[in-house]
Design a protein around this ligand. Structure first.
Ligand code: SF4
Length: 252
């Protein structure tokens, strides 16, 4: 049995993603992604579905979502806890074929924390090779340095209200490209003040788009808008269009 360990920085929870009994691959599960067929190209997938992108720069585009299983974090306001466990092992070729069947240009690789499975890097590159506009939603706790530069990264900064502020991997700020986005989910005024300070400290608005998003059901979007306007911040307020359309229905 092979275990791919989703490690999320120092001292945090680790979430093992267990391979079922299968022929052992020649390489370690932590080896760099390979294009060799079989075991080395499998990922634990929670779900694949076609919907409208509800967040970030690609909001509104019909998008295929590929949700990977597992996450080493436990944000207090997480809305995808069902992706912490379960799912199915699927070969990357099979994932690409299912994505193609939906005939959407945009593909979002999300989780959980998709980078907790190292083969996610190969999936991202293969999706780009297939001609898709690819985005990656990541917690900001794992290193994004090796992500294909064609991918639009949406990198979270975990504010104190998430309960995971210590997990921010600040070296990731150096890997943000102009088409990427740094996103802060904000639960209250303390989170907002923290976010404003981090944006200034890391000059994030000069690196990429900065997104401020209120925690659904905890901070009124209008309140966050007032704070942004009062401070003349050059950040984008974002909601969650999919929740306006379908509430918290899974697979939407
Ligand atoms: S990083 Fe994302 S998936 Fe993981 S606990 Fe936080 S919100 Fe949930």
């Amino acid at each position: 049995m092979t275990v791919e360990m989703a490690t999320g920085g120092q001292g945090g929870i680790t979430e093992p993603v267990m391979e079922p009994a299968a022929p052992l691959a020649a390489s370690s599960p932590d080896a760099p992604p390979s294009r060799a067929p079989g075991h080395a190209t499998r990922l634990r997938i929670s779900e694949i579905f076609h919907s409208i992108q509800g967040e970030a720069d690609a909001v509104g585009w019909p998008t295929v979502f590929v949700r990977l299983t597992g996450c080493p974090l436990r944000c207090t306001w997480c809305d995808t806890e069902y992706a912490f466990h379960g799912g199915q092992w699927r070969d990357i070729d099979e994932v690409l074929a299912e994505v193609a069947r939906h005939r959407a240009r945009h593909v979002c690789v999300t989780g959980g924390e998709p980078l907790a499975q190292k083969r996610c890097l190969l999936l991202l590159a293969r999706l780009c090779d297939a001609g898709h506009e690819v985005s990656l939603e990541t917690s900001g706790a794992l290193d994004v340095a090796a992500v294909d530069p064609r991918v639009r990264k949406v990198v979270d900064l975990k504010a104190p209200g998430s309960g995971e502020v210590s997990r921010n991997l600040w070296s990731n700020m150096g890997h943000l490209l102009p088409h990427d986005q740094a996103k802060v989910v904000i639960a209250d005024r303390a989170d907002y003040d923290w976010a404003v300070a981090r944006v200034a400290e890391h000059r994030l608005a000069e690196r990429c788009q900065v997104l401020f998003s209120p925690v659904f059901g905890r901070l009124a979007p209008g309140q966050l808008a007032e704070w942004i306007l009062a401070d003349r911040l050059q950040v984008r307020l974002q909601g969650q269009l999919h929740k306006a359309l379908w509430g918290e229905e899974r697979g939407r």
